[in-house]
Design a binder for this molecule. Structure first.
Ligand code: SF4
Length: 155
């Protein structure tokens, strides 16, 4: 009997890579629509606390709140992340996974249309610069997924 040939899964629309070069405009650090939370799991809070010379409990009290579902998020002030100063991230070397992997989040890469609406309309960096290749995009998507899974255990 001839072996059955399963169709290959289609390549993702971003398989040729995507341009990205941050212009440090700070737009992705501001609240917009459904995006008004920067989630911080226990490890991320520890790293941020260490960076700021605080203990984790003090950091959590001072800089985080719970979202309506009970997850820890960074405080926002004036519609932006509390660590955004003069369009720069004050905690850049220790910033949470969600910030490091923007804009290569699984939910934003679902389709070209979603990416155009949620990312390219807002982020000038996503329309310029060298291409990030598909392997790196995939790695950042995985990192985001792992972080979200860890957060769900640390609610
Ligand atoms: S919106 Fe894009 S260009 Fe602006 S700070 Fe964020 S990543 Fe950089």
């Amino acid at each position: 009997m001839a072996p059955s040939l399963r169709p290959l899964p289609p390549l993702p629309w971003w398989s040729g890579g995507l341009p990205f070069q941050c212009t440090q405009c700070g737009e992705c650090c501001r609240a917009r629509g459904a995006y008004q939370f920067v989630y911080v799991g226990k490890e991320e809070r520890r790293a941020l606390a260490r960076f700021l010379g605080l203990d984790s409990a003090a950091f959590t009290r001072r800089y985080t709140v719970r979202d309506p579902s009970g997850y820890r998020t960074l405080r926002f002030s004036g519609g932006a992340c509390i660590f955004l100063r003069d369009n720069r991230c004050r905690v850049h070397p220790a910033k949470p996974v969600q910030c490091r992997t923007w804009p290569f989040w699984p939910e934003l890469l679902r389709s070209r249309a979603v990416y155009a609406r949620e990312v390219q309309s807002l982020c000038p960096g996503s329309r310029r610069g060298p291409r990030t290749d598909a392997a790196e995009i995939r790695r950042q998507m995985q990192e985001t997924r792992h972080s979200e899974a860890a957060d769900s255990r640390l609610k």
